[in-house]
Design a protein around this ligand. Structure first.
Ligand code: FAD
Ligand code: FES
Length: 281
């Protein structure tokens, strides 16, 4: 069993989740994920790693409450125990001195991009961050990102912080902020990763996305997380989750992610929350 050290809502619907898992903390790196189960009857939920403390043996993730399993995770309290905390899984994000790197993130990705930005800075890169949300009250960890980035730029759909609008404004923001990235890394919801890749492709800027398909085992056995990248079938859990955003078949990916939407709304209907379910992000 794994002890929950912290589970608190840091902005509406997004929770910071710290678990004591010394074996994971010992070897985890930026870009890895873990698979957790809130109880013995729960589904296996993949969560990206957002931070860790090797000495204390703890690992941090940021999760969004979207359905049944994340609702169970959101009900956990410090001191509770969970039966499954498997990891580190997936390949770590490739870190080297690329020059100037822009880290783009939204939703839970603001958390998971933090260790990526930290590792990139340690490797000698000039790191900038662009964080996006519907409104300023949904942004978090600006202070942590500021510690490792040359600049942290905000983008909100209602214009309450930073630039007003959404990811299609990325090219304009690069010009206005005078950032000339050699590489862009995007973490967070599918829409943000897909739109960022579509903006950067004509600009010829290499763009890495951290894919989040439906997963079951997370070890390459079940095939559920397959996606097409550059015309080849890949398994996100073992070949990724980082892939070249310009080579991902986004249309197929979106279709596969929505496969279980009718089933996924069942637990919410039972709990009376179905009207809140958006059927994806
Ligand atoms: C490698 C990876 C890393 C991820 N990191 C994070 C993270 O750090 N924070 C975070 O909030 N979310 C993350 N996700 C997504 C998260 O796993 C799902 O939101 C979660 O499993 C939904 O479970 P649920 O029962 O609460 O919702 P459900 O009702 O089951 O589903 C709600 C939505 O989540 C999608 N989903 C359902 N099951 C999975 C699954 N096993 N894997 C991926 N998507 C699923 C569905 O397509 C649907 O759109 C990650 C996914 C992957 C694959
Ligand atoms: S989750 Fe089963 S193969 Fe990737």
């Amino acid at each position: 069993m794994y002890r929950v050290i912290e589970r608190r809502m840091i902005v509406p619907n997004l929770h910071e989740f710290i678990v004591e898992a010394p074996a994971v903390a010992e070897s985890v790196e930026a870009g890895n994920f873990v698979i957790v189960r809130p109880d013995e009857f729960g589904e296996r939920t993949p969560l990206s790693v957002a931070d860790w403390d090797r000495e204390a043996g703890t690992v941090t993730s940021i999760f969004m409450q979207v359905g049944g399993s994340t609702a169970k995770l959101a009900a956990l309290k410090p001191g509770d125990t969970i039966p499954t905390y498997a990891g580190p899984l997936g390949k770590e994000t490739e870190i080297e001195n690329f020059g100037t790197v822009l880290c783009v993130a939204g939703c839970y990705g603001i958390g998971s991009i933090y260790p990526v930005a930290r590792a990139l800075k340690a490797a000698g890169n000039k790191v900038h961050a662009l964080i996006e949300a519907r409104s300023s009250f949904l942004l978090y960890w600006e202070d942590k990102l500021e510690e490792v980035c040359e600049s942290v730029v905000s983008l909100t759909r209602d214009g309450t912080a930073g630039y007003k609008g959404h990811i299609p404004r990325l090219d304009e923001i690069l010009t206005l902020e005078k950032i000339k990235p050699d590489l862009i890394i995007v973490n967070g919801c599918t829409f943000v990763m897909m739109k960022a890749s579509k903006v950067t492709q004509p600009l010829g800027i290499k763009t890495i996305v951290n894919m989040n398909p439906i997963m079951i085992d997370g070890t390459g056995m079940c095939g559920v997380c397959r996606l097409t990248v550059g015309g080849e079938t890949k398994f996100a859990c073992v070949d990724g989750p980082d892939f070249d955003g310009h080579a991902v078949d986004w249309e197929e990916f979106l279709k596969r992610r929505q496969t279980y939407n009718p089933e996924e709304t069942q637990p919410l209907r039972k709990s009376g929350c179905a009207s809140r379910h958006s059927g994806g992000r």
